[in-house]
Ligand binder design. Structure first.
Ligand code: GTP
Ligand code: SPV
Ligand code: MN
Length: 607
């Protein structure tokens, strides 16, 4: 079959060229276009998206170079029920992943892929996750029929022809394939309707042994921007296990004390539980400084000195819009002042954006995320979707750290785990050592948020290391991998591990902790634990701060609130323990003995 190449093939990498050709033959696009990541390309695709009615250009006086998209109401978040880890053996995918035999799944998906790009352009996106050429970075290619995906990838990954230089004629790359699953008949256009397939036909598939990603039917976020969750977490976690490093759902921040001492902290919180906010926080305590290295994913390798060094494999933020305001996260608000793609937020009459929790009242009328007129006085539903997102360049963040693109990464001093827990879990709790920390992380739970399409928001589910939807293999083997990492270096070189909870509530539903910038008060304690400048109280559940060591001056946290935030609720913990045991039962008999011993030890300590 003759393929219509729209531009010159930019590489002599035969395997890459024949991979593209094979998919073009199956998917039968109108033409094949090799992306170069240039501004001209971004502008041209943006123009086409606006002209086709899929995007609205925002008022350039208010939001220069910004676009708004409205997705289909069935395509607003990751779909965990349609996400598969298709390992050769089912037992290797483990109990938390959906599994289909890889040969069978490929057959089914090829059926969907056949002719799926009719009437569309096939884009080939070259990208690097991590600074191009860093030895922690990885090269990927994404084939897609979505121009929305291309422009988002421009922001989220390093899309550049430099990738071909690193690749040479024979280098390794991770092949990823995506289609929105909406072929066009002759003369048919999208006519401003977000193209996607019905949920039952969506597949977000990973083939861990062959390091391949096949995605079909969704155009949204982690389902479609394949460098992010699919590559940088699910496939990378498998590579990390095999090669002795870590791929984690973690923010990375740089913190500087008033004395000028620097530490780097990485934090794993489940989706929509505060990573972006913590990564960009403005401390409310005098003379402390926090800068951003990454807001979602960390890849970490051991340096020659035996410490873990982290890079942020991404180059942008795909952040939750609702709740983001000048009060909660001014640095995010500055990051989205220009050059940003908004998805599923509301549109004002003067061509700007609005969402719930933006920090000011909506105008009387808006266009809501579904494209309907929305009236503040009579509205029954939110104007923005709860998982509405912004795609913004990391480089536009005013507090991006000067070392955020260091190819060697930044040395990590502490890990935080956390989740949304209205009760029981204290504000901060340090693990006694790495194995205890691994246990504490494995037991993390959180109230479910709107970041996943098919889960009931509000109920607590266990989310080990905030990686539940992102581990590309068996959860118990993943926990073993954490223990193995701990055995690779001496204790003093490993990050210290803490569990935090910004989301504690009183019985009548009031937040006990102000959160956001005031989380710096907890970071201060973490920092001082790393430098040995503060003592902790040993309790049944871990090492807790003395009340006087959490600075609450200038907040409206009362002494009684702080007491509650730092108390050990033995009865609550007994319930917690039984929930942890239940989750471990689901993880099965591959759970490491050392972690089962941690359960027994906790049970004894609780009495
Ligand atoms: P993903 O991008 O889905 O991985 O999410 P994330 O972990 O980066 O979460 P993000 O920082 O975007 O926060 C999600 C929601 O939690 C937003 O609506 C925030 O306003 C809210 N949030 C973040 N930090 C805090 C906090 O310290 N306290 C409270 N009460 N809410 C917070
Ligand atoms: C998450 O859900 O954790 C996200 C958003 O960061 S998405 O990229 O859609 O997975
Ligand atoms: Mn995330």
């Amino acid at each position: 079959m003759k393929i219509n190449y729209l531009n010159e093939i930019p590489t002599k990498h035969d395997r890459l060229v024949s991979w593209v050709k094979e998919w073009a033959e199956l998917m039968t696009p109108e033409g094949v276009y090799w992306c170069d990541g240039s501004k001209a390309e971004y502008d041209k695709l943006s123009e086409e998206l606006v002209n086709g009615g899929l995007a609205t250009r925002l008022n350039p006086k208010k939001r220069p170079n910004c676009l708004l998209f409205r997705s289909d109401p069935s395509d607003v978040a990751r779909v965990e029920s349609r996400t598969y880890v298709a390992s050769e053996k089912q037992e290797d995918a483990g109990p938390l992943n959906n599994w289909i035999d890889p040969a069978e799944l490929k057959k089914t998906m090829r059926g969907f892929y056949k002719g799926c790009m009719k009437g569309r352009t096939m884009y080939v996106i070259p990208f690097s996750m991590g600074p191009v050429g860093s030895d922690i970075a990885k090269i990927g290619f994404e084939i897609t029929d979505s121009a929305y995906v291309v422009i988002n990838m421009h922001i989220m990954a390093r899309v550049t022809p430099e990738v071909y230089e690193v690749l040479g004629a024979d280098g390794e790359f991770i092949p990823t394939v995506h289609s929105v699953g909406k072929p066009l008949a002759r003369g048919e256009k999208d006519n401003g309707v977000w193209p996607c397939a019905p949920v039952k036909d969506k597949y977000i598939a990973h083939f861990p042994e062959t390091r391949e990603i096949w995605s079909y039917g969704s155009g949204y976020g982690g389902n479609a921007l394949l460098g992010k969750k699919c590559l940088a977490l699910r496939i990378a976690s498998v590579q990390a296990r095999d090669e002795g490093w870590m791929a984690e759902h973690m923010l990375i921040l740089k913190i500087t004390s008033p004395e000028g001492e620097v530490k780097h902290i990485a934090g794993a919180f489940p989706s929509a539980c505060g990573k972006t906010n913590l990564a960009m926080l403005i401390p409310t305590i005098e003379a402390w400084k926090v800068e951003t290295v990454g807001d979602d994913i960390a890849w970490m390798k051991f340096g020659a000195d035996g410490r873990l060094y982290a890079i942020n494999p991404e180059s942008g933020f795909f952040g939750v819009a609702p709740g983001t305001s000048m009060a909660s996260n001014p640095n995010a608000m500055h990051s989205i002042a220009k050059d940003t793609i908004f998805t599923n937020v509301a549109l004002t009459e003067d061509g700007d954006i609005w969402w719930e929790g933006i920090g000011y009242d909506p105008p009387d009328t808006l266009i809501d995320w579904k494209g309907n007129k929305w009236n503040a006085a009579t509205a029954k539903e939110p104007a923005a979707h709860p998982n509405a997102r912004f795609t913004a360049k990391a480089a536009n963040c005013p507090v991006i750290a000067d070392n955020w693109e260091d190819p060697a990464g930044v040395p990590i001093d502490a890990f935080l785990f956390g989740g949304r827990r209205p009760s029981t879990i204290p504000l901060v709790n340090q693990a006694t050592d790495w194995v205890h920390g691994t246990f504490v992380g494995s037991a993390a739970g959180s109230e479910i948020t709107a970041a996943a399409l098919d889960l009931k928001a509000g109920t607590v589910r266990r989310d080990p290391m905030a990686m539940r939807p992102f581990i590309g293999y068996h959860v118990a083997d993943f926990l073993q991998h954490w223990l193995n990492i701990g055995n690779k270096t001496s204790d003093d070189k490993l990050p210290k591990i803490f569990f935090v909870n910004w989301f504690r509530k009183t019985k009548d539903g009031r937040w006990l902790w102000p959160g956001f910038g005031d989380n710096s008060r907890v970071l201060e304690w973490v920092f001082k634990r790393c430098t040995g400048k503060v003592d902790a109280v040993k309790t049944a559940i871990g090492l807790l701060p003395k009340k006087e060591d959490i600075n609450i001056s200038g907040t409206d946290v009362t002494s009684a609130d702080l007491e509650a935030l730092l108390s050990v609720d033995i009865d609550g913990w007994k319930e917690e323990l039984s929930a942890i045991k239940e989750s471990y039962k689901i993880y099965g008999d591959r759970v490491p003995r050392e972690l089962l011993d941690q359960i027994d030890a906790l049970e004894k300590r609780l009495g």
